[in-house]
Design a protein around this ligand. Structure first.
Ligand code: ARG
Length: 418
């Protein structure tokens, strides 16, 4: 029987299920596209940085304002920052303003000029030019803090690239990534440090092996413990490395000279401090820059939080680690630290104790010379101690003992001019 060839009907007429599927898929794709568009235009916020300068109206410039770590500089900067914050919080840009930070106070005649970096968050449907003029219009009034301080915008606002912002803030001592990005939240999690978290941490190496920690205090000077050089004090034997990996560092620089404190006494650990001059300048980057040195009079209250960092061993008589580790400790008063069950008088006034009463968190072998730092209210980090000694590591009542940096502030200036 002959049957004409038949084209399958299924492939010619449309299958209703197929139609439904295609339509549904198209609707879903469309909805997702629209949702993404709306999200990016209306909700996704991108950070924008601006720089500007303010003239402070009722403060006379004085010498104490020439250094960023004096009480006067820190108080004035804090007040300027809160004045700007308050102004934006009361304006129609309250949701866009993130943070303001004083980068520098400088002199202009007898007046004070403050250079400020500000961070905003805008959605993409705002254009840069209109945001700039909206910000300027908020700032084009005399800002005051209902006290004695007032200031005026003295230059136009300049938009900054992310890189400009990083460059400006890495010139300032004691800045960490959260400050460099002027972010709202700060995170110090876990024990392993992230890149750039402790940019002033240095590894002092002999034969390319980590031997001691140290701290970057200028582009050519690092601070460490005198006992690091007890057996080897020839600068040619030493190099300094920068960056969180001691085995594959971001920069490696030779040592020009080593200045050990004249009165360093190994038996008592007294004056366990040394300065190392680098063979050339360090290049400051997001991940490598200096800590702030406290003034000799800076107060370090017992009970306050501090962080110690290093590549030292994780337990007594262990080996050093390749990636930088951080530990959160509390400042302990010398009286408590010198209790009979503790160090029984061995902690001198030029030393500082930090740890936890129950033990468990401490610096250890290989951390020597490294930094103990504290954050101030403007999120700048100050060096308060240098890892010096302790009875084993992390035992109860036997906290870490540090060289008290404030006690050597003047010595540092005499040796380096810093
Ligand atoms: N002296 C040790 C070193 O050379 C550091 C000791 C710190 N000890 C302590 N328990 N906090 O690395």
């Amino acid at each position: 029987m002959y049957r004409p060839a038949r084209v399958s009907s299924a492939s010619r007429s449309l299958n209703p299920y197929m139609v439904c599927f295609v339509v549904a898929a198209a609707v879903v794709i469309l909805a997702v596209t629209v949702a993404l568009l709306v999200y990016f235009l209306a909700f996704d916020q991108k950070p924008y940085f601006y720089q500007s300068s303010f003239q402070i109206l009722n403060v006379q410039y004085s010498d104490e304002l020439s250094s960023p770590v004096t009480q006067k500089y820190r108080t004035l900067s804090g007040r300027i920052e809160s004045m700007i914050t308050k102004t934006f919080k009361e304006s129609n840009l309250r949701n866009q303003f993130v943070r303001a930070h004083v980068v520098k106070l400088r002199q202009s005649g007898s007046d004070v000029i403050a250079d400020i970096v500000m961070k905003f968050k805008f959605t993409r449907n705002n254009n840069g030019a209109s945001m700039k003029s909206r910000i300027e219009s908020v700032l084009q009034q005399t800002l005051n803090d209902n006290g004695t301080l007032a200031m005026n915008l003295s230059t136009e606002l300049t938009p900054l690239s992310d890189q400009d912002t990083v460059n400006m803030l890495t010139q300032v001592c004691g800045t960490r990534p959260d400050l460099i990005t002027l972010s709202e939240e700060r995170i110090i999690g876990g024990t392993k440090a992230d890149r750039g978290d402790w940019p002033w941490q240095v590894s002092l190496q002999r034969g390319n092996l980590h031997r001691c920690g140290a701290v970057l205090i200028s582009s050519t000077w690092i601070l460490t413990a005198a006992h690091c050089f007890r057996s080897y004090s020839d600068p040619r034997q030493w190099t300094a490395t920068f960056g969180i990996s001691a085995t594959s560092p971001e920069q490696r620089i030779g040592v020009r000279s080593i200045l050990i404190h004249n009165n360093y006494k190994p038996e008592t650990h007294e004056n366990d401090i040394a300065l190392v001059r680098l063979a050339r300048e360090v290049t400051f980057t997001r991940n490598v820059h200096m800590v702030c040195l406290p003034e000799a009079t800076q107060n370090i209250p017992p009970g306050s939080t501090a962080y110690v960092t290093g590549w030292g061993s994780r337990r007594y008589s262990g080996s050093t680690v390749p990636d930088l580790v951080q530990a959160r400790v509390n400042i302990i008063s010398n009286d408590v630290c010198n209790a009979p069950a503790g160090y029984n008088g061995a902690v001198l006034p030029v030393m500082l104790c930090a740890g936890l009463p129950q033990g468990g968190v401490d610096a250890c072998q290989g951390d020597s010379g490294g930094p103990l730092v504290q954050e101030d209210s403007r999120r700048l980090w100050f060096l308060v101690g240098i890892v010096s000694w302790g009875y084993q590591c992390g035992l109860p009542d036997k906290p870490g003992v540090y060289t008290r940096v404030t006690a050597y502030r003047d010595w540092i200036t005499q040796q380096t001019g810093i």
